[in-house]
Design a protein around this ligand. Structure first.
Ligand code: ZN
Length: 329
C-alpha cells in the first residue's frame, strides 16, 4: 500500500513540478503543529508506569471496597492528590467522600483544581479505582488486579491532574474523581450525583480500559455516546493535526454508554462520556485474573492520556461548552 501511494506522489510531483510556496508552508505548518503538541503535552511516562504498577500490584488485592487492599489503593491516590496540590471538594474536609452501601464502608476520592475565571463551572475527570477483589479459593493466581479495568483510568486521572496543575490554564474548575464500587453497579458515581447541582457540571471525561490498542488502530481512541452531545466533535476538532484520532464507540450493541460511571452524570444531563481503547469484544483479560500490568501497552496508555489532555483543552479553558445530554427512557 505504501509503495503505491509513494509512486502516485512522485507522479504527482512530476506532473505539477514543485509544490507552490503556499502548499509548502501548509505542509510545514502541519508538521510544526505535531511537534508543538508532542512537546506541549508533557506526561511523564515513568510516573505513568509507577502509578499503574502500584495500583495493579498484588498488594492491592484486586481493590474490592471494604478490603485492606482497597484502603492501600485509596491511600496511594490521596497521597498523589496531596503531592499534586489538589483541594478538597465542596464541603468535604478530606479527599474521601465516605458512605455505606450494603453494609460496606466505601469512599469516592475527590480532588479539585480550582478554575481561574470560571470557578463555579466544573469539568469532571474520572475513573473507577475499585475492581473485583480476589477469588475465594482455588489454585494459582487468585487476584483480579484490574490493571486495564480500571487502574489504567485512574492512572489517567492522576496524570491529568498533575498535567493541568502544572499547566495552570484551567479557567474552569476540574473535579478529579476516583469512583468506588463501579463494579457493584456504578454505586460510587450514583452517590456522587445524588447531591450535586448538575447544572454546574459542563462536561464529564471518564476513562475506562485505556491501555490496549483499539481495533481502530494505533493513536486512536473511541468515545461512548458519541452522538448524544457535541463533546466528541469538540475533541476531534482539538486533535486535528496531532496525528491522534477519536472515533465513536465501535460496539454500540454492548450499550457501553450506560455501563460506566459517565452514565450517572449523563442521566442528570451532563455531557459525560467514556474514553476507551480496548477491543473488548475479543479481549481475553477482561474481568479475568490475567488483567495484569504486564499485559498492557504503556505507549497506548501514555499517548491516550496526552490525547485526552490536548483534546479537552478548549473545554478546560472555558472556550467550548458541549451541548447537554437528553436521555429518554
Ligand atoms: Zn471498568
Amino acid at each position: 500500500m505504501k509503495k503505491i501511494i509513494l509512486s502516485i506522489a512522485v507522479l504527482g510531483t512530476l506532473a505539477s513540478c514543485a509544490p507552490t510556496k503556499k502548499e509548502q508552508s501548509k505542509e510545514q505548518t502541519k508538521e510544526e503543529k505535531e511537534v508543538v503538541i508532542k512537546e506541549a503535552v508533557k506526561i511523564d511516562s515513568a510516573t505513568v508506569r509507577k502509578h499503574l504498577y502500584t495500583l495493579a500490584s498484588d498488594e492491592m488485592e484486586g481493590r474490592k471496597p471494604g478490603t485492606e487492599g482497597m484502603e492501600k489503593a485509596t491511600k496511594y491516590i490521596e497521597q498523589e492528590y496531596k503531592r499534586i496540590g489538589l483541594k478538597t471538594f465542596d464541603t468535604l474536609k478530606t479527599y474521601r467522600q465516605n458512605f455505606t452501601h450494603n453494609g460496606i464502608e466505601m469512599s469516592n476520592i475527590i480532588g479539585v483544581l480550582e478554575g481561574k475565571s470560571k470557578k463555579d463551572e466544573y469539568v469532571i475527570v474520572s475513573a473507577h479505582h475499585d475492581h473485583l477483589g480476589m477469588k475465594e479459593s482455588g489454585e494459582g493466581d487468585r487476584i483480579f488486579n484490574g490493571a486495564n479495568d480500571d487502574a489504567s483510568g485512574v492512572v489517567g486521572v492522576l496524570a491529568l491532574a498533575e498535567y493541568f496543575a502544572k499547566k495552570g490554564m484551567n479557567e474552569r474548575s476540574i473535579v478529579f474523581v476516583c469512583f468506588t464500587a463501579e463494579e457493584m453497579g456504578l454505586v460510587g458515581s450514583k452517590y456522587f450525583g445524588k447531591d450535586i447541582d448538575a447544572s454546574k457540571f459542563v462536561a464529564g471525561i471518564n476513562l475506562e480500559l485505556i491501555a490496549k490498542e483499539p481495533k481502530t488502530g494505533p493513536k486512536t481512541a473511541w468515545l461512548t455516546g458519541f452522538d448524544r452531545s457535541d463533546f466528541g466533535k469538540i475533541i476531534q476538532k482539538n486533535l486535528e493535526g496531532t496525528g491522534y484520532k477519536l472515533f465513536p464507540d465501535p460496539y454500540p450493541k454492548f450499550n457501553l454508554f450506560f455501563r460506566s460511571d459517565n452514565a450517572s452524570l449523563a442521566r442528570l444531563g451532563v455531557p459525560s462520556h467514556t474514553f476507551s481503547t480496548t477491543p473488548i469484544d475479543i479481549d481475553a483479560d477482561y474481568h479475568k485474573v490475567t488483567d495484569e500490568a504486564e499485559t498492557l501497552d504503556m505507549g497506548v496508555l501514555t499517548e491516550t492520556v496526552k490525547a485526552v489532555a490536548k483534546g479537552t483543552e478548549s473545554i478546560i479553558n472555558g472556550v467550548d461548552t458541549p451541548t447537554r445530554v437528553v436521555i429518554e427512557e
